[in-house]
Write a protein that binds this ligand. Structure first.
Ligand SMILES: *Cc1c(COP(=O)(O)O)cnc(C)c1O
Length: 396
């Protein structure tokens, strides 16, 4: 059985290049099957093992598994006591889950601008968005590019604000020589299929705070004071108490078993993505004015997503280029839209975020996955470079 799956043939015979694909092989199949055969499929020993694996990968003292990156962010708001009347600074240029977490506790997102070089918030853009009601900041490591955290941490400390890192995309990224999540009060990772490390659905919170970790374990499990494993191993019946109102945000052992295998592959996955990125830089460097995902000064990206931004004088619109790519069997996507321009947030005070809005209009996401070949990349580059220099021959 092969599961590389990098190519598919469409009915028209054009070899399709996927936008993103998990890197699975027999090892994930065997691990998931073993859990099913064991009969214990809920949160148990495999989840604990996956937590240990991620804690050691990101060099964090504690890691708490949850059902998704979104539920991790929601717990970030709950655990910091954010609620109605509170403002939370969050970039508009992020997946909507970042701002939704704020809404889910009844607080108000206040959208911050991003830096045009790395598409992340900075201490200056966060500071510009502060209000007297600000209680927390969500700093997103967008597409795996680490945000410049040190100054943001200092700002949060000075103003007494909680700092939640949305590291959904950033497992394996590096911030000032340390893995993203290593020195965090709260970093939320995602294992959704479009991320680097994949469990289907799944999330993890890395923290250096033991008390917070214990509370998160309780909150993910209905507020229960005893873990399922402890309850199972106890000889006499335990009296269990629900210590606060919690949630069902558990990961399953089936997902975690896949996660343990994926965690062992993370260094190879990041290495491969960085090779592919280097090649994209060579191939696409000839398009004048085109900017691309790259390492920021303060760290290294895992290239979870390879974004490019078209110069304003690129001969066709971003959406036209996406259609041309599609016709050539290449599945690219437009960059994430700005949350402040989405109907879901139209009730908020209007803001103008010219950098974010420009990025949202001009950026696209190119295929990037472990089993992508050099030929695949060549084909992508031919369309992007060719349309840039001689659009008519590609638009025909
Ligand atoms: C993917 C993503 C999320 C949500 O993660 P899920 O596991 O899909 O819930 C949150 N924030 C960002 C920036 C993401 O890219």
């Amino acid at each position: 059985m092969t599961m590389t799956g990098s190519v598919r043939r469409s009915t028209r015979g054009v070899r399709q290049i996927a936008m993103t694909l998990p890197w699975f092989d027999e090892r994930e199949v065997v691990a998931a099957a073993a859990v099913v055969q064991s009969g214990w499929v809920g949160q148990g020993a495999r989840v604990a093992e996956f937590e240990d694996a991620v804690a050691s990968l990101v060099e964090a003292p504690y890691a708490v598994a949850v059902s998704s990156g979104t539920t991790a962010l929601h717990l970030g708001m709950v655990a910091h006591g954010i609620g109605p009347g509170d403002d939370v600074v969050v970039p508009s240029l992020s997946f909507v889950a970042s701002a939704n977490a704020v809404r889910q506790v009844g607080a108000t997102p206040v959208f911050a601008e991003v830096d045009p070089r790395h598409h992340n918030v900075t201490a200056a853009t966060v500071e510009a968005a502060l209000t007297p009601a600000t209680k927390a900041v969500i700093a997103v490591h967008q597409y795996g590019t680490p945000a410049d955290l040190e100054p943001i941490r200092a700002l949060a400390r000075d103003r007494g604000l909680a700092l939640v890192e949305d590291a959904a995309c950033a497992i394996g990224s590096v911030h000032r020589g340390r893995p993203v999540g290593a020195d965090s009060d709260f970093a939320a990772f995602s294992f959704h299929p479009c991320k680097v490390l994949v469990t289907g659905e799944g999330g993890m919170i890395a923290t250096r705070d033991a008390t917070l970790a214990e509370r998160l374990r309780r909150l993910r499990q209905h507020g229960l004071g005893v873990s399922t494993v402890d309850r199972h191993h106890e000889r006499s019946p335990l009296t269990e108490h629900y210590l606060e109102t919690g949630f069902n945000y558990r990961l399953t052992d089936i997902q975690a078993a896949i996660g343990v295998v994926q965690a062992s592959k993370l260094p190879a996955m990041v290495r491969r993505r960085r090779e592919l990125a280097r090649r994209y830089h060579e191939l696409l460097g000839e398009v004048p004015g085109l900017t691309m995902a790259a390492d920021p000064e303060h760290g290294e990206t895992n290239y979870q997503t390879f974004w490019v931004m078209l110069p304003d004088d690129y001969p066709v619109s971003r959406d036209t280029l996406l259609r041309v790519l599609k016709r050539h069997g290449i599945n690219a996507r437009h960059g994430i839209p700005c949350a402040h321009e989405e109907p879901a947030f139209s009730d908020l005070d209007p803001v103008s975020l010219p950098v974010s809005e420009h990025i949202a209009r001009q950026s696209l996401l190119l295929p990037m996955f472990h089993t992508m070949t050099e030929d695949d990349q060549q084909r992508v580059a031919e369309v992007v470079c060719g349309t840039g220099s001689d659009p008519r021959s590609f638009l025909e």
